[in-house]
Write a protein that binds this ligand. Structure first.
Ligand SMILES: [Mn+2]
Length: 334
């Protein structure tokens, strides 16, 4: 199986020599492209087979490293490998969990997803991948991943590879629970499910979450807001004469910023935690410069693991969970 991991690293010219070895441009020949595409399709099939077994809610035992958004930042991903599992995930005692948003925005979306799938195939019971809101076809057509596949592989092969990657994304789990205590998802908690068991039956594959599973859609899109923001949004909705939206949901409000899904407040978090006997929530998705954010009285932590996001100056951050202790740490990637 080593060829899969070697491929993931070699495919993009990264030889584990640090950031200077990252190519500015990929110079693949037609033969390279064909060989790579065959390998990528095989890797996607193997990963699909394994991910089917992970279920919709993954149970993970600590110690666990938790990573937020990657967004095509291969340099950071390889730095994590060098620092935390330089001889491979199998050689560390810690499980590894990524919270989604592997593609779009950064240049190396395809390489990142190949690296992560290779790690999954090689370490199925130790390496876990969740779905983010960028693991959705309509988002990738607006952002960069579809275009990236076309540019690197040409329109025909690129379309096949893009579709194969998305077939894997369609079966990625949506959330995880560490030690039956810490709830983890890319975005956050849904209105349409209070008990974790209600998420077990989210359909697989999930090609169109918006129509097929309100709970899945909300896990991918709901936004936590402060008490002040929540009351401001509630007031705005009241002024617009839509009070029915307020009375029916209480702890949730229609998400006016996104035009879909909901905002939720600290009460919603408290209710979800207590209904499931959980202590904390870890989620990704939002970047709070320069590093991370504790929300909702410390019950929710946001983690983002792609440094210099959108040419900014944020640093890469990950979380180490061990026996209900949540420690955020920064990784020097540049
Ligand atoms: Mn996101």
């Amino acid at each position: 199986m080593d060829w899969i991991r070697d491929f993931a690293v070699a495919a993009c010219g990264v030889r584990l020599k640090g950031k200077n070895s990252l190519p500015k441009e990929l110079t693949w020949t037609e033969t390279d492209r064909e060989k790579l595409s065959t390998t990528i399709i095989k890797l996607c099939q193997d990963a699909q087979h394994l991910l089917q077994k992970d279920g919709r809610v993954i149970k993970v035992n600590s110690p666990t490293y938790v990573f937020g958004d990657i967004h095509g930042n291969l340099h950071d991903l390889i730095t994590y490998e060098q620092i935390l599992w330089d001889k491979g995930p199998a050689c560390v005692r810690t499980s590894i969990l990524f919270l989604g948003d592997y593609v779009d925005r950064g240049e190396f979306g395809i390489e990142c997803i190949m690296y992560l799938l290779a790690c999954k195939v090689l370490n199925p019971d130790k390496f876990y991948l969740l779905r983010g809101n960028h693991e959705l076809r309509p988002i990738q057509t607006v952002f960069t991943f579809q275009k990236e596949c076309f540019e690197k592989f040409g329109k025909n092969i690129g379309q096949t590879i893009w579709e194969k990657c998305n077939e894997v994304f369609d079966i990625l789990p949506l959330c995880a629970v560490i030690d039956d205590s810490v709830f983890i998802a890319h975005w956050c908690i849904p209105t349409s499910a209070t008990k974790i068991e209600e998420l077990y039956n989210i359909p697989v594959p999930l090609i169109n979450p918006e129509n097929k599973s309100p709970a899945a859609w909300e896990i991918l899109w709901n936004d936590p807001v402060s008490a002040k923001e929540f009351s401001d949004y509630a007031e705005m909705i009241r002024l617009q004469g839509e009070s029915s939206a307020l009375s029916s949901l209480q702890r949730f409000l229609p998400n006016t910023k996104r035009g879909t899904a909901y905002y939720f407040n600290e009460d919603a978090v408290a209710k979800f935690l207590s209904a499931n006997n959980f202590s904390h929530i870890i989620r990704a998705h939002e970047m709070f410069p320069p590093r991370y954010q504790f929300h909702m009285g410390g019950k929710v932590t946001s983690v983002f693991s792609s440094s210099k996001y959108c040419n900014g100056n944020n640093e890469a951050v990950a979380i180490f969970v061990e026996q209900q202790r949540i420690r955020v740490f920064q990784i020097q990637t540049w």
